[in-house]
Design a protein around this ligand. Structure first.
Ligand SMILES: [Ca+2]
Ligand SMILES: [Ca+2]
Length: 432
């Protein structure tokens, strides 16, 4: 969070300690020493980074629509395939990827604008060949696409689909559909703001939850922009999710669970977040969207007015602030009490003392990875970058972090900056 000018040192320290106690800011735990180096730079928006069974880093380049293999030792890179996707915004293009070699599954947005698909390629003689559409026609915009893809221990594909940025910014007159459930298994328009569970052939798994009488690909709902999903060792599914001006979330995903958005952000606690339903204002087209001021004609719904037995609270938030919190007094988006979680990974190794069982959550806003273990939170590997995704080396001591090619983050003094130290890079951090 940004320093406020005129704050005394004592007040800062007091606020920091109080923040730790309240869980608003991470506790400053001692960090093991890490060596760092740049593996490669100049990638066109690395978005998914995986360590393959071939011990190579597999990377999707969001902007260029390329799948690239990078040798983690030398940084040498090879394009193994391209998808017919052209990013027009900061959240669309080639997104998630999951490996089940020789199969490579990728998720990307495609023309006409507003659609997302999953395609399976065959990896053969160093090239991606024989694309097969797994599922097409999923909803997307240029905002809040999500698009993170994983293969579960059950062999199913899991895909996050964002709310499309409905009810905010340029989409502020579009109804948010994250709470609306499909009326049939082909009602893909209601797949916005969901986590999907998909058979590898694209069909609906026979054991997917039945929601309001319909079994579809929908596994959980009420999501805003879940850019991270990962399975824990017992098969549990964790998700990280970007909140509005507060209340980014870490969630444990249950089949049929409702994660609250847009009626609830973080906990159902009526704190700083209130649902302002711009799209329901009769004069929406005559209004100007504001993050700070809600016109009288825009209906507001307090979180406590929402009741659903399927509602699942987050495991924790980044961060929850009181109702009176003055967002406008801060330095804008960069200083709002959020971290913009871009992914999530599970650390199962015993190689680093105290780390086993941690979740690792990269932040776009802080150029850091949040390590979360129960109530304990630690930030590691701070640089002036936007961290997009990470991969964990087999030794449990080496970590690879992908950075965005552009955008805004914070400098080491906590001030907003667009001067990124390592745009479009893979950084390596090795525990000493
Ligand atoms: Ca939630
Ligand atoms: Ca809340």
């Amino acid at each position: 969070m940004c320093d406020k000018k005129g704050m005394t040192r004592f007040t800062q320290v007091f606020a920091a300690v109080l923040g730790v106690v309240l869980g608003l800011v991470p506790a400053a735990l001692p960090e093991p020493p890490f060596a760092s180096r740049v593996v490669v730079e100049g990638l066109a928006g690395p978005w998914e980074i995986l360590l393959g069974p071939d011990r190579q880093l597999w990377v999707t380049e969001r902007i260029a629509g390329r799948v690239t293999r990078v040798d983690p030792a030398s940084g040498a890179r090879t394009t193994v395939g391209s998808v017919p996707s052209r990013a027009v915004g900061t959240q669309d293009g080639l997104l998630g990827m999951a490996l089940d070699l020789p199969y490579v599954y990728v998720a990307y947005t495609y023309s006409p604008r507003g659609l997302l698909k999953v395609v399976r390629y065959n990896y053969e003689s160093g090239r991606l060949t024989a694309p097969v559409d797994v599922i097409t026609g999923l909803p997307a915009t240029t905002d809040h696409v999500s698009g993170r893809l994983a293969i579960g221990p059950d062999g199913k594909l899991y895909l996050t689909v964002g709310d499309g940025g409905a009810n905010q910014f340029e989409h502020f007159c579009d109804r948010n559909l994250a709470q609306e459930l499909p009326s049939s298994p082909r009602d893909f328009s209601r797949y916005r703001g969901k986590i999907l569970r998909i058979e590898p052939d694209g069909s609906v798994p026979a054991d997917n939850p039945v929601l309001h009488g319909v079994r579809s690909h929908v596994y959980s709902y009420g999501h805003r922009n879940a850019q991270g999903i990962v399975f824990g060792p017992a098969g549990q599914l964790y998700a990280s999710e970007q909140g509005p001006k507060s209340d980014d979330e870490l969630n444990l995903i249950r089949p049929g669970g409702n994660y609250g958005w847009p009626r609830v952000a973080g906990y159902r606690d009526d704190k700083a977040y209130v649902y302002a339903n711009w799209s329901a204002a009769e004069n929406c087209r005559d209004l100007t969207f504001s993050d700070y001021r809600i016109p009288a004609s825009v209906p507001r719904l307090e979180e406590s007015s929402f009741r659903d037995p399927a509602l699942v609270p987050p495991l924790r938030t980044f961060f929850t602030v009181p109702d009176q919190h003055d967002f406008e007094a801060e330095c804008g988006h960069s200083c709002w009490p959020t971290i913009a979680p871009s992914s999530i990974d599970f650390y199962g190794s015993a190689a680093i003392p105290g780390w086993q069982g941690s979740l690792l959550i990269p932040s776009l806003k802080d150029g850091a990875v949040y390590r979360v273990a129960g109530a304990e939170t630690q930030t590691v590997w701070r640089t002036v970058n936007r961290y997009r995704d990470l991969a964990i080396g087999e030794d449990g001591r080496t970590f690879y972090v992908a950075t965005d090619a552009g955008g805004r983050t914070k400098d080491l003094a906590g001030e907003p900056t667009e001067e990124l130290a390592n745009p479009g890079a893979i950084l390596e951090f090795t525990a000493g």
